[in-house]
Design a protein around this ligand. Structure first.
Ligand SMILES: C[S@@+](CC[C@H](N)C(=O)[O-])C[C@H]1O[C@@H](n2cnc3c(N)ncnc32)[C@H](O)[C@@H]1O
Length: 255
């Protein structure tokens, strides 16, 4: 994607409640799987985006949440939301690369490492392997990743074609669970995000942004291509969303 297309992509995505499917109740459900945490836990949220889940983690755990993203505009949205929610003192935005975390993020020091809808940027196995070193002994990792929910032979062709192009490393839900075990985690549980997590906080607001965007850039070819790609993804989910979904995995390291 060239710079102008990326800027247009960002414009469509600005101001959304979330930048991936998710919800407060799914974050809570994953936290329940994590079990008891220390009082005021240290939490690391990787690929936090505008941080809906970061704020929920601060509220639910009572801890301090270090929030890493490589896009400043999303961290700006997070800072405004944290201040509005009275959580600014427990939300620490960090501009950085999830694959090469800055020195301020200390290895072996986090009770909980979290990532919703972002591990695909590194790949599931590479993310697990890189991030587990930031956990304290007995610490918990919770990640959501896009997976096939049906057997290989039942994948609808339009969905296969779209995701082979957009997320070639996408695997089955079971393969990711096995990979988490192989990476040294005790899998505490996993679950698939419900369809309303896609619509309520992500695709419906995105469709609203798209309507304004298309009106603003009528006749602009690059903008038309950006909008068409977004609409194609949404229509694919409407048609074939039973074949794939975000699965949340929660695993613990040995003490
Ligand atoms: C699909 S969004 C999910 C954001 C957020 N977790 C949510 O659910 O709303 C993925 C996020 O990962 C961030 N990201 C992508 N590559 C990254 C990298 N190498 N380091 C840090 N953040 C990255 C993007 O900027 C984006 O905010």
């Amino acid at each position: 994607m060239d710079q102008r297309s990326f800027d247009l992509f960002l414009e469509v995505h600005r101001g959304l409640p979330r930048q991936a499917p998710g919800s407060r109740s799914s974050t809570q459900r994953a936290l329940e799987l994590a079990g008891a945490l220390p009082a005021c836990p240290k939490v690391l949220d990787l690929g936090c985006g505008p941080g809906a889940q970061s704020l929920d983690l601060a509220r639910e755990t009572g801890g301090v949440v270090t929030c890493v993203d490589n896009l400043g505009p999303f961290l700006g949205e997070l800072a405004v939301r944290a201040a509005g929610a009275g959580l600014a003192e427990r939300i620490e935005p960090v501009l950085g690369d999830m694959a090469a975390l800055p020195d301020s993020v200390a290895p072996g020091s986090y009770d909980l490492v979290w990532s919703e809808g972002a591990i695909y940027n590194m790949g599931f196995d590479a993310g697990l392997s890189a991030w587990k070193r930031y956990l304290a002994p007995g610490g918990v990792l919770a990640v959501s990743d896009l997976c096939w929910l049906v057997d290989e032979e039942s994948i609808p062709e339009p969905a296969r074609a779209f995701w082979t192009e957009n997320y070639p490393a996408m695997r089955t839900a079971l393969a990711n669970r096995d990979a988490m075990e192989a990476a040294g985690f005790e899998v505490l549980g996993d679950f698939t995000l419900p369809p309303e997590d896609w619509w309520a906080n992500y695709y419906t607001p995105l469709l609203e942004n798209l309507a304004g965007f298309e009106a603003k850039y009528a006749g602009d070819e690059a903008a038309r291509a950006v909008a068409a790609a977004e609409r194609a993804e949404i229509e694919l989910f409407r048609e074939h969303g039973e074949a794939y979904g975000y699965v949340f995995y929660v695993g613990r390291l040995p003490r």
